[in-house]
Design a binder for this molecule. Structure first.
Ligand code: PLP
Length: 394
């Protein structure tokens, strides 16, 4: 027996999405998520993953993961606060704090979990959160869970932020400003020096979600380090799933902040700890990033090569300041058609359209990584040129 109400709800919802062309079909990979991937039996060049440094398939990380699984097993066995904390977790947290230039750090099971953990742990219904209108979904959910008043400000608009900060500090108890470090759809970087100035003027709590900045900017330490603001941002969140290549997330900040999160943040208290294999691989990744900038250098070289190549053909790559490379087509249908044609030419780059980005700004989003070879990027550029002329985009 199934609920008739549920059935009706699902049929109606799914029908609507399919009708509007918003139903997402998922293509499973038939192997590793590297610079090339196999799907539907075909090997294609992968410009769709967040595996910026190619670490998801790195042999050094794999070896550490295998060894940790042999020693510790596959699961942590409990939540962190009962007996799921392994020495490995503490070792990783120490390394992350050093990497981020903060006193301490706490890990969670995902970047998403960090935001739904840390924001509600410090903010409540007497408080207000000033949130960039383009912030990630996990920030929005974290803010909602806190029950604080959410006050969105216009994307990277410092005048709007200042005005709203002035108002909010008169009406609410604590006030936080929260922003992505790097905005994932356009690749632009938050104006952290100005945000910090406003925050210091109005005594705002500062929170930067550096999911796309860590491992990429600031010699790997992220956007906060990039602007030399490590001692002026209260809470730095990062993910272990993008440049680090594995899974999990962390919040870095003062000793007392981390102590508080360890007793008050719900995903730490009520959800099982990261598994040992993943933690060991992450420690290796952080060691690699701390020891050498080679992977970052390669990533930026590849990103520049792809962006300059696309621009030379006359494509619009928007306002990116990072390896995230949008190729703005405009019309939604044409954008989807462009991405489909790329796939036929052996290039896997996802189309991103309304409602993820504003109407009329459909784009194919390219994620070059350190693991792509010059030949792969040249193949991608060749396909772009061909399809760009074919569809009258360039
Ligand atoms: C990807 C992302 C997250 C979520 O990180 P996961 O580790 O994948 O859960 C959070 N915030 C931002 C800005 C992101 O881009």
């Amino acid at each position: 027996m199934s609920s008739k109400t549920l059935d009706a709800f699902l049929q109606e919802g799914l029908g609507e999405l399919k009708e509007q062309g918003l139903f997402n079909v998922i293509d499973p990979l038939e192997g590793a998520n590297g610079p090339q991937v196999t799907l539907n039996g075909k090997e294609v060049i992968n410009l769709s993953s967040n595996n910026y440094l190619g670490l998801a398939t790195d042999d050094r990380l794999k070896a550490q993961a295998v060894q940790a699984v042999e020693s510790y097993g596959v699961g942590a066995g409990a939540v962190r606060s009962i007996n799921g904390t392994l020495q490995l977790h503490l070792e990783l947290e120490e390394k992350l704090a050093a990497f981020k230039h903060t006193e301490a750090a706490i890990t969670y099971q995902s970047g998403f979990n960090c935001n739904v953990a840390a924001i509600p742990a410090v903010m409540n219904k007497n408080d207000a959160i000033l949130s960039d209108e383009l912030n990630h979904a996990s920030i929005i959910d974290g803010c909602r869970l806190s029950r604080a008043k959410i006050i969105p400000y216009k994307h990277s608009d410092m005048e709007d932020l200042r005005e709203k900060a002035k108002q909010a500090t008169q009406e609410y108890h604590k006030v936080m400003v929260i922003t992505d470090g790097v905005f994932s759809m356009d690749g632009d970087v938050a104006k952290l020096p100005e945000i910090v100035e406003i925050a210091e003027e109005f005594d705002l709590i500062t929170y930067v979600d550096d999911a796309h900045g860590s491992g990429v900017l600031g010699e790997g330490a992220g956007t906060v380090k990039h602007f030399n603001l490590s001692d002026r941002i209260d809470m730095q969140m990062g993910t272990l799933s993008k440049a680090i290549g594995i899974v999990g997330g962390y919040v870095a900040g003062s000793q007392s902040l981390i102590e508080w999160l360890k007793v008050r943040s719900r995903p730490f208290l009520f959800s099982t700890a990261l598994p040992p294999g993943d933690v060991a691989a992450t420690i290796e990744a952080v060691d690699i990033l701390s020891a050498s900038k080679d992977l970052q250098t390669q990533l930026w070289e590849n990103a520049r090569y792809l962006q300059e190549g696309l621009q030379a053909f006359g494509f619009d790559t928007g306002k990116t300041e990072t390896p995230i490379t949008p190729c703005i087509i405009g019309d939604e249908k044409k954008t989807q058609q462009f991405s489909e044609r790329l796939m036929e030419e052996g290039i896997y780059a996802k189309s991103i359209v309304f409602p993820t980005v504003p109407r009329g700004t459909g784009r194919v989003r390219n994620m070059p990584t350190a693991a792509h070879t010059r030949e792969m990027l040249d193949a991608a550029l060749l396909a772009y040129k061909k399809i760009g002329s074919e569809l009258n985009v360039i």
